[in-house]
Design a protein around this ligand. Structure first.
Ligand code: PLP
Length: 415
């Protein structure tokens, strides 16, 4: 039946009469309307970190809704879940005296982080620092600024110019960042924005020394470092905000997705105490930025319940333990003639990239393979040239093997 629902990032001419309806979920499993069971190998859009069907999260949100469903936190208004969540995240963040700005998702967090960075430079007397440098292959959501800085070029084009003052550098080169800061003029650069491990752009882990290297370059030129941990946080890389793996201290960290394991929409920005300081210390520096659902109490209650589960069930440690197992299970696929590369081993996330010449004879190879794997009961995520795997942190070893087997069988059928 024709649908009225416009699906994001989807060819509606194809999807309009052929939607795939999911009805319920339990741990790593989701079920369609006909009752068929699928292994959720991508935790939906990289977010169901605690797994599906957690009654505790639903109960926490419902209890808060019965008490106070929603109320803004503009001005001096606040609510207990929002205060508690900010305090909890500030305590977990790898930076001293952190402050937390809450949003309704990751794209809004990106826009918030860049505006906070720019506003910081303005209040510090450097209003010309507006330029943002990001990386090729990066994805930072589809709000205004996130679209404008996107490193996946197809996501930035076709809308006219959105954020003129931005540029992109090779995702794996510290020197490229230094050169670009010098080219633009350090006095004009506000921030460098990077994903610790690039997600939607292909699951690309940073080369040895990269993360420390870019942080050092930014420090040298007074450029703020924004780590986009929307995918990498809440256990995906085995830590709370992903960057702890490299021992660096960013100025701002954006988060979303795993903070609620997707039970309700929530995101935000953790801000280093040094960056927040002028706003906290000087009246009149007001950040004229925010949205209706900043600090929404039911969403914050869901996040708190989710963080309780991640801690109680040691899911961050599980992620660390299983990343090698996921890599070991998927790596043999690299020998398949249709596979160019298997990228895995940093975090519980991976990508299986197809051979470039395959796309000449079969432009829809990624979508076709995803469907073949789905027919074997496993859900994956399509990227430009690869399929991504990022299961809930609760996944068991036999289920990891099931993912690898479904890939192998799907590849054989596609060949
Ligand atoms: N940043 C990264 C690294 C992401 O992967 C995403 C979404 O996938 C976003 C930002 C945007 O988040 P949202 O889709 O919640 O707006």
């Amino acid at each position: 039946m024709d649908t009225a629902l416009w699906h994001p990032f989807s060819d509606m001419a194809v999807v309009r009469e052929d939607e795939f309806v999911l009805e319920r979920g339990e741990d790593v499993w989701v079920y369609d309307a006909a009752g068929n069971r699928y292994l959720d190998a991508t935790a939906s859009l990289w977010y169901a970190n605690a797994g599906h069907g957690r009654a505790e999260i639903a109960d926490a949100a419902a209890e808060q809704m019965r008490k106070l469903a929603g109320y803004s936190i503009f001005g001096d208004f606040t609510n207990e879940p929002a205060r508690a969540l900010a305090g909890r995240l500030a305590g977990l963040a790898p930076m001293p005296d952190a402050k937390v700005f809450l949003t309704a998702g990751g794209g809004e967090a990106i826009d918030s982080a860049v505006k906070i960075a720019r506003r910081y430079h303005v209040v510090q007397g450097q209003p010309e620092r507006v330029h943002v440098i990001s990386r090729t292959n990066s994805y930072h959501g589809t709000n205004g600024i996130g679209t404008g800085v996107a490193g996946i070029e197809a996501n930035r084009t076709g809308f006219g110019e959105i954020l003129p003052s931005s540029s992109r550098v090779a995702y794996d080169s510290v020197d490229a960042l230094r050169d670009e800061i010098r080219r633009v003029g350090p006095e004009r650069v506000a921030a460098f924005l990077f994903e610790p491990v690039i997600g939607a752009g292909g699951v690309l882990a940073p080369p040895e020394g990269y993360v420390q290297g870019v942080v050092d370059v930014c420090r040298e030129y007074g450029v703020l470092v924004i780590a986009d941990a929307v995918i990498c946080g809440f256990g995906r890389l085995g830590t709370w905000f992903g960057v702890e793996r490299w021992g660096v201290e960013p100025d701002l960290i954006t988060f979303a997705k795993g903070v609620t394991s997707g039970y309700l929409p929530l995101g935000g920005v953790v801000v280093h105490g040094r960056v927040a300081e002028p706003f906290w210390a000087r009246s009149g520096t007001t950040l004229r930025h925010g949205a209706t659902y900043s600090g929404h109490p039911a969403c914050c209650a869901a996040a708190l319940a989710n963080i309780d589960i991640l801690e109680r069930d040691n899911l961050l440690q599980r992620g660390q333990l299983l990343e090698g197992e996921l890599a070991a299970a998927l790596q043999p696929l690299a020998a398949h003639p249709l596979v160019r590369e298997v990228r895995a081993g940093v975090g519980l996330l991976a990508a299986v990239e197809l051979q470039p010449d395959l796309f000449e004879r079969l432009p829809s190879a990624v979508a076709d393979l995803s469907l073949l794997i789905r027919q074997r009961g496993v859900l994956t995520r399509t990227l430009a040239k690869a399929l991504a795997v990022s299961p809930p942190l609760t996944i068991q070893r036999p289920e990891i093997n099931e993912i690898a087997q479904a890939f192998a069988a799907g590849l054989d059928e596609l060949a």
